[in-house]
Ligand binder design. Structure first.
Ligand SMILES: [Zn+2]
Length: 191
């Protein structure tokens, strides 16, 4: 009855305009779903005793502890990476790693810092949010040819997958992470 008589373009509009800061666990393209739900491990160095740990990030809310010193792994705040830890952490993390390349003297970086903190708390269990001090970690920074800071890069499987320069509010950081999570391997060019 009356089939096809009415089409509702509003549906399509709503869908296209949605920017969703919330978690979106399983709705992605078939092939990537399995990997995403199973691949939740990351290799992180304990910030207290410097031991490397293989951590199941999805259990962030169980407050995982360092296998060596038993102190908490602090997955709900930005992880500070340096020349020693950057490559291994990014390469061995199965979850996305968002890195804020910043410097202490940079005003916009300071402006963005609370949003980065907030993002780390909101995405604990789904992604790693990290910070790299570009003045101190020059070896880690050099390969990325970063011209302005802050620059935010999302890595997946050790590879750069999305990049945005300039200070961003929380919503933008979150949608960068969400777009990225939804789109799997697809590379996004923001700049
Ligand atoms: Zn430790």
């Amino acid at each position: 009855m009356d089939k096809g008589a009415k089409s509702l373009p509003e549906h399509r509009l709503q869908f296209a305009d949605t920017t969703c800061p919330k978690r979106n666990p399983e709705k992605t393209l078939g092939a990537t779903v399995k990997d995403d739900s199973a691949a939740t491990k990351a290799t992180l160095r304990c910030q207290f005793c410097q031991s490397w740990n293989r951590v199941d990030v999805s259990r962030a809310h169980d407050r995982p502890k360092c296998g060596s010193c038993s102190k908490p792994m602090l997955l709900d705040r930005p992880l500070h990476l340096d020349d020693e830890t950057f490559s291994r952490t990014v390469a061995e993390s199965e979850v996305p790693v968002m890195v804020d390349f910043y410097a202490d003297w940079c005003g916009p970086c300071k402006m963005m810092a609370p949003a980065v903190d907030q993002l780390a708390a909101a995405y604990a269990g789904k992604a790693i949010v990290a910070k790299v001090n570009t003045d101190l970690a020059q070896r880690a920074t050099a390969p990325f040819n970063i011209r302005g800071i802050p620059t935010t890069i999302v890595f997946r499987g050790g590879k750069e997958s999305a990049r945005q320069s300039g200070a961003m509010p929380y919503q933008m950081l979150a949608s960068m992470m969400d777009t990225f999570q939804h789109s799997g391997i697809r590379s996004l060019e923001f700049t």
